[in-house]
Design a protein around this ligand. Structure first.
Ligand code: PLP
Length: 380
């Protein structure tokens, strides 16, 4: 199987697996005061430092959660509870969009959804208009889109949002561990991440809260006061240890790895565009994550295409919201028709991806798209 679905989840890195197993071999609640507890707490401390090094933040600015969904919920709820509007975009992950809609359900004027252009790039004028309305408590914009890989130029956004008195959150789930993020320079107040996107275990993530940021204390989960009261419950020591080890491994050699993966992605796109008529790459004119491509094979529904290429793991739109009916809201926001959105496949690559994976995906996709198109155009 050619695994080209890293945006859904990345295979666990060997270093992460080792760290998870090492933590599981020894009992220990990180809150206990005996030696086993101290050892568990020490693993958490190491992991917090490893993640902080990846992001250039301080370890004390990280709150461990069950993933980016929880981190996004926590960030949006806390910021919104201060009062004010939420400015976000139409192409956010449901973990942001649905949370924002839920929070503002009784005052829909407090939700301002900024559109994107045909390449998936945020409409700057519309963003400034949304801020100019005044009263924004939070701007939440993703660092990289999970379906297209399109990046958001966060620097100027942060500046404008701060000038308008709003906090800035970024869902950086798809960017962390893939491209550098330097929180000493990028002045966001809040950032969400999920370990399984960069080779850590599933079910663990973190919310970065910049020191000094005035955020009403608004936990989602009440209990024993862990994570400075932000996230109660016994810490998931094996998961956290795995997340830290994955962060360290991703950090090491990131520049070379992102170049290598971008070359694989470019090779995949070139081969598909050359050999399949009527296909279109989404967001190709924008700055994108290195390993992701979203391709529309006009007239070939993605579910049928994927079913016809069982030797390749790829996604229809976004696997994170599969199960949700309807075409991708991201592609619709980019002005694609329903048919185009439903004929779109996402391939996403990472450290384990190879040239032969790309060759296999190209061969399979060509065969699958031809087969599906022929079946649909055959006389009944
Ligand atoms: N945000 C983005 C951009 C994602 O791609 C995902 C992926 O699933 C999430 C949030 C949610 O992450 P998790 O399911 O690990 O909580």
């Amino acid at each position: 199987l050619a695994y080209l679905d890293y945006n859904a989840t990345a295979p666990v890195r060997p270093q992460a697996m080792e760290a998870v197993l090492a933590a599981m071999r020894e009992a220990g609640n990180a809150s206990s005061t005996h030696r086993s507890g101290h050892e568990a707490a020490a693993r958490v401390t190491v992991a917090r430092r490893q993640l902080a090094e990846l992001l250039s933040c301080s370890p004390g600015e990280l709150i461990f959660t069950s993933g980016a969904t929880e981190a996004n919920n926590l960030a949006l709820r806390a910021a919104f509870s201060a009062g004010g509007a939420i400015v976000t975009s139409m192409v956010e992950h449901p973990a942001v969009l649905e949370t924002a809609k839920h929070l503002t359900r009784q005052q829909s004027d407090l939700l301002r959804l900024v559109p994107v252009d045909g390449e998936g790039v945020l409409d700057r004028d519309a963003f400034h208009c949304a801020l100019a309305e005044g009263g924004a408590a939070l701007v939440s914009l993703m660092a990289a889109n999970n379906e297209t890989g399109v990046l958001t130029d966060l620097g100027p956004i942060v500046e404008a949002a701060h000038a308008a008195g709003a906090l800035v959150h970024t869902d950086a789930t798809q960017m962390v561990g893939r491209l550098p993020i330097d929180l000493a320079v990028l002045d966001v107040d809040l950032l969400s991440l999920s370990a399984h996107k960069f080779g850590g275990p599933q079910g663990v993530g973190a919310l970065f809260v910049r020191r000094g940021v005035q955020l009403p204390h608004h936990p989602l989960i009440y209990g024993g006061g862990q994570e400075r009261g932000w996230r109660a419950g016994t810490l998931n020591v094996p998961g956290i240890a795995g997340a830290g080890a994955a962060a360290e491994a991703a950090h090491y050699g990131m520049a070379d790895e992102s170049t290598r993966v971008a070359q694989l992605r470019d090779a995949l796109e070139t081969a598909l565009v050359e050999q399949i008529d009527d296909c279109r790459i989404n967001g190709t004119a924008a700055r994108r994550l290195p390993g992701v491509t979203s391709i529309t094979f006009t007239g070939a529904p993605a579910d049928a295409v994927l079913a016809a290429m069982p030797d390749v793991a790829a996604s229809e739109g976004s696997a994170c919201s599969s199960g949700a009916p309807g075409p991708s809201h991201v592609l619709l926001a980019m002005g694609r028709s329903r048919e185009e959105a439903e004929a779109t496949v996402r391939f996403s690559m990472g450290p384990g991806s190879t040239g032969p994976d790309v060759t296999q995906a190209v061969t399979s996709a060509i065969r699958a798209v031809r087969k599906v198109r022929a079946a649909l155009s055959a006389p009944v």
